[in-house]
Design a protein around this ligand. Sequence first.
Ligand SMILES: C[C@H](O)[C@H](O)[C@@H](O)[C@@H](O)C(=O)O
Ligand SMILES: [Mg+2]
Length: 395
Amino acid sequence: MSVRNPRIRHLRAYTVDAQGGADYHDQPAGHWIDDHIATPMSVYPEYRQSRQSFGIDVLGSLVVEAEADDGTVGFAVTTGGEPAAWIIENHLARFVEGAPAAGLERIWDQMYRSTLFYGRKGLVLNAISGVDLALWDLLGKLREQPVHALLGGPVREEQVFYATGARPDLAESMGFIGGKMPLRHGPAEGEEGLRANVEAMTSMRERVGDDFFLAYDCWMSLDVPYATRLGHRLAGQGVRWIEEALPPDDYWGYAELRRNLPPGMLTSTGEHEAGRLGFRLLLDMDCADILQPDVGWCGGLTELVKISALADAHGKLVVPHGSSVYSYHFVITRHNSPFAEFLMMAPQADEVVPMFSPLLLDEPVPVGGRLTLPDTPGFGVRLNPECALRRPFQH
Ligand SMILES: C[C@H](O)[C@H](O)[C@@H](O)[C@@H](O)C(=O)O
Ligand SMILES: [Mg+2]
């Protein structure tokens, strides 16, 4: 069998006008994901009730297409919208076009080094991730292999999932192994808020079985004293981990919190961290038991492979944040990623719907909390032709 290894002739970045998609925080009113959820902005009463009120959905979805000179097209979706599209078209495309489709490492390195003067994390790494994932999809299609095969192949037959959403009790009945709820109140909401946070978890524990794990997602909203008190008030309730309690740059705080939490209650973070050096800091400083890179934000699959190897060498789990099919292809190939996250995108978290709906076709979802990935080449998904793409900048 001959190996097709053409060059990349075109890189294109699009935005999408539809709601939802890769920017899954962009949902209609009444959706659980935009209900009263604790955030760093909860210190301001006027921004407590809705995350959209402070702009959680301003970026929008990004679609990146990479076309090889034999006409094969790979693509990926993530968040980033117009600002990321601008970076890709005006800056990153030069490192991709003309390069061999199998030259992922060199392309990644050039994108990263050339943007260091304004990048390193955040939006620029979103853009790099989008390009990197599109290139993995392209390579899989050229090689006629699923991405998980390019990564070394599955280490297990099927993937099990925990669910994130407002209704872990319903998730349990759907077959998920655990449920993670958003914390609703931040420190500025005082003792009453703390009591409500504890009561919400206590009542959820009463509604689920003893073997079903629960976790609290704090979305960067707390400080060390509050998170420590919350952890101790929840002791004995089968709370497996306290997630992203602090701002992502507070490595010192995470290390302290990890020491403070009651035995058996783990610390997790990394959803808003990027790059192997960011994760190295989390590991070196003993900040967390579980790392949660988002493959659409942390630098893509090329970087996630390195982050995961570092974590593995430190005996830590990597349970990637969301990112749908892009993380499933990775998780199935690694022993230190024993389960995956599924974000419940149904407005009331009462049914399983594809996370990036309506943007992708063939997006796999867990059934009974489990998933066997198909062997379709690349990531095995297609763009939904009903979602109109717009290319705001063309190089
Ligand atoms: C539910 C959380 O507040 C976020 O919306 C979600 O993106 C995330 O933090 C997660 O871990 O899934
Ligand atoms: Mg989270």
